[in-house]
Design a protein around this ligand. Structure first.
Ligand SMILES: Nc1ncnc2c1ncn2[C@@H]1O[C@H](COP(=O)(O)OP(=O)(O)OP(=O)(O)O)[C@@H](O)[C@H]1O
Ligand SMILES: [Mg+2]
Length: 229
């Protein structure tokens, strides 16, 4: 599963989402067998979680932002391999079809965006519930729909972030769910000041504040993402 975190609008939690989803996937699901046992006394949830000799390849965290924002998490996210590839390297990485989370800059250039959309399974669109962020979401969905002509595996998910539950935010949530009923993540990331600390420290919230609602929300997103087939 190759997930690209894209929204042309800046500051909507793309990097925060790539880092925290990446950390949750790498820490909690990295040792899951790629083929769960089907039958016998060892079947069931415990067996499914047991490390298996046929493990998934390591999660790739791919930073396409020249600012290197995701790369800052290199030391704090264990169990993932970080990349900051040029275009040719990106193509090769994506063509291998290994589990990946790609962090994109706000103004992703057309060539990189086209390459990414041709070799991605899910475009994850973080949406801060504000009307200007909706424009970035709609433009991103349009590019996804255009790319589906050549990449039928491609789909998108909208992730509400920085959510405070105010009436205007609830209205945006309801409108987006009504417009794209199959494409809105069940996980909603709450607004939380803990992200100021984790961004400054370049640490995932799962290790900095594992019991926080923010950490639980990204964990829920990670579990949900495993169903995006
Ligand atoms: N759920 C949240 N609650 C509060 N603050 C948040 C939340 N998620 C992210 N932030 C903060 O919002 C700011 C922008 O987040 P981030 O850098 O992830 O956005 P971005 O979309 O990657 O930005 P850019 O477009 O510049 O790459 C950061 O200061 C981050 O700590
Ligand atoms: Mg960023």
């Amino acid at each position: 599963m190759r997930i690209a975190v894209i929204n042309q609008k800046g500051g909507v939690a793309k990097t925060t989402t790539a880092a925290n989803l990446g950390a949750a996937l790498a820490q909690n699901y990295g040792s899951m067998p790629s083929v769960p046992p089907q039958s016998g006394p060892a079947s069931g949830n415990a067996a499914k979680m047991r490390p298996n000799s046929k493990k998934n390849p390591k999660l790739r965290l791919i930073d396409l932002d020249p600012q290197g924002s995701l790369l800052r998490y290199r030391k704090s996210i264990k169990g993932a391999v970080f990349h900051a590839p040029h275009a040719d390297e990106l193509r090769a990485l994506l063509e291998e079809d290994a589990p990946s989370v790609v962090d994109c800059p706000p103004g992703l250039d057309d060539a990189t965006r086209d390459l990414l959309l041709a070799h991605t399974d899910i475009v994850l669109i973080p949406l801060q519930p504000a009307y200007d962020a909706l424009i970035g979401m709609v433009r991103t969905i349009e590019t996804v729909e255009a790319a589906q002509a050549t990449n039928p595996r491609l789909s998108f998910k909208v992730l509400l972030t920085m959510y405070r539950g105010r009436p205007s935010a609830r209205q945006i949530r309801d409108d987006v769910q009504a417009a794209y009923p199959d494409n809105v993540c069940k996980a909603i990331i709450p607004y939380s000041l803990v992200f100021e600390e984790t961004a400054a420290l370049a640490q995932p919230v799962l290790s900095h504040a594992p019991d926080s609602t923010a950490a639980r929300a990204y964990l829920k997103l990670a579990k949900e993402s495993l169903t995006w087939q």
